[in-house]
Design a binder for this molecule. Structure first.
Ligand code: GDP
Length: 356
C-alpha cells in the first residue's frame, strides 16, 4: 500500500494535521476517507477531473485514487538510542513508502516547543539525525556479513561497496534521499533515509504571506519538496461548508486547502500518476507508476486484464472534454487504439479490451 508516514518532533502539529486529513473537508465531499486504525487514515487524491467526467458519464459514484497516511508519534531526540518510545516507531517508518516531516514554523506562546525555541532548521536536523543514526546502525550491523559475502560472491561486491559509501554520506549528516544517493543496491537493508522525503512547514497566517520567509524554509530542504500550511486553519476547514471554507482560504491568500497540496505532492514524490475509467456505474482514478505501459495499467484493475490484454482505447481527459462526449471524441479521431507498448500518460481516459 502507498503509505506516507508523518513524522516530526512533539507539538509541531502532526496530530492536528492528521486529524484534518482524515476527517475530510468540505471541498472534497466526493472523496471517501476512512480511519483504519487510530493512526492510519486513507485519503482520496483530490482531482477536479473526476467530477467533470462523472457528469459526462452520469456515473453513480466517484472513486479517487487512495493515499494512506500514518501518524508516527514518538520520534524524539535520542530515539535511536532508546529515548522516548525508542525504536518502536522505526518499524512504522520502515513500512511507509515516503516520509512526510512536519516542521513547526508558527509562533504561539501557548504551545511549548520541546527544545524551548522555534527553529525549523534545528528541528529538521534533530529528526534527520535520528533517522541517519538508525540507518548507520543498520549498515554497521550488516557490513561484516556483506563484506564476507563480497569475498566469495562477485555479485555481492557492489552491495558491500554501496553500503560503505552510504555510511560515509550518512556520517556527514546527509540523508540518502537528500544527498541523491543511488540506493538501487541497498533495497535489502530497508534504509529509512533512502525513502522519498517531503516537508510540511506548519506556518501561521503571517508566515504564509511572507514570501522571503517561505523561500528561506524551502531552501532548507531542497531538493525535497516543501509544502506550507497552517494546520490550525486546515483543521478549522473541516467544520465548514464549501463556500465558507473557500472564503476562509481566500482570506489568507490560499486557492485551495494545504492538505490537497500535501496529498498531490506526496503522490508525485512517490513517482505516481493516475489514469481514469468512466461509465454509468463509476468514474474512477487508478494509480500507476510514471512510465507504466498499457498492460501494466490494466493489471491494476485486475491481473486477468493484464494477462489477456489486447488493446486499449485511449483519449486524453482534455480532448474528451473538448469533444463533449466519447462518441464525439471518436468521430473527431481523438480516441486512439494503443497496443502493449503504449506508455500511459496522466489523465488518460481508458477502456481496455482483453481476452478472458
Ligand atoms: P503533535 O504533538 O505534533 O501531534 O502536535 P499537535 O497536533 O498535538 O499540536 C500540539 C499543539 O499545538 C496543540 O495544542 C495544537 O492545537 C497546537 N497547534 C497545532 N498546529 C498549530 C498551528 O498551526 N498554530 C497554532 N497556533 N497552534 C497549533
Amino acid at each position: 500500500a502507498l503509505t506516507i508516514g508523518i513524522v516530526g518532533l512533539p507539538n509541531v502539529g502532526k496530530s492536528t494535521l492528521f486529524n484534518a486529513l482524515t476527517k475530510g473537508d468540505a471541498l472534497a465531499a466526493n472523496y471517501p476517507f476512512a480511519t483504519i486504525e487510530p493512526n492510519v487514515g486513507v485519503v482520496g487524491l483530490p482531482d477536479a477531473r473526476l467530477a467533470r467526467l462523472a457528469e459526462l458519464y452520469d456515473s453513480q459514484k466517484i472513486v479517487p485514487a487512495p493515499v494512506s497516511f500514518v501518524d508516527i508519534a514518538g520520534l524524539v531526540r535520542g530515539a535511536s538510542k532508546g529515548q522516548g518510545r525508542g525504536n518502536a516507531f522505526l518499524a512504522n517508518i520502515r513500512d511507509a513508502s515516503a516520509i512526510c516531516q512536519v516542521v513547526r514554523a508558527f509562533s504561539d506562546p501557548n504551545v511549548v516547543h520541546v527544545d524551548g525555541k522555534i527553529s525549523p532548521s534545528d528541528d529538521i536536523e534533530t529528526i534527520n539525525t535520528e533517522l541517519i543514526l538508525a540507518d548507520l546502525q543498520t549498515i554497521e550491523k550488516a557490513l561484516p556479513r556483506l563484506e564476507k559475502e563480497a569475498k566469495v560472491r562477485k555479485d555481492r561486491a557492489p552491495v558491500a561497496a554501496a553500503a560503505k559509501a552510504a555510511a560515509e554520506l550518512l556520517n556527514e549528516g546527509t540523508t540518502l534521499y537528500g544527498g541523491r544517493f543511488d540506493t538501487a543496491e541497498l533495497g535489502e537493508l530497508h534504509l529509512l533515509t533512502a525513502k522519498p522525503f517531503l516537508y510540511v512547514f506548519n506556518v501561521d497566517e503571517a508566515g504564509l504571506a511572507d514570501e522571503a520567509f517561505l523561500d528561506e524554509l524551502r531552501s532548507l530542504v531542497a531538493p525535497a519538496e516543501a509544502i506550507f500550511l497552517d494546520a490550525k486553519i486546515e483543521s478549522e476547514l473541516t467544520d465548514l461548508d464549501e463556500e465558507e471554507a473557500l472564503e476562509l482560504l481566500a482570506s489568507i491568500g490560499q486557492p485551495e486547502p494545504g492538505l490537497h497540496q500535501l496529498i498531490r505532492v506526496g503522490f508525485r514524490t512517490l513517482g505516481l500518476q493516475t489514469y481514469l475509467t468512466a461509465g454509468p456505474k463509476e468514474t474512477r482514478a487508478w494509480t500507476i507508476p510514471i512510465g507504466a505501459t498499457a498492460p501494466e495499467a490494466a493489471g491494476v484493475i485486475h491481473t486477468d486484464f493484464q494477462r489477456g490484454f489486447i488493446k486499449a482505447e485511449v483519449v486524453s481527459f482534455e480532448e474528451l472534454m473538448a469533444a463533449g462526449s466519447q462518441a464525439a471524441a471518436k468521430a473527431a479521431g481523438k480516441v486512439r487504439i494503443e497496443g502493449k507498448d503504449y506508455v500511459m500518460q496522466d489523465g488518460d481516459v481508458v477502456e481496455f479490451r482483453f481476452n478472458v
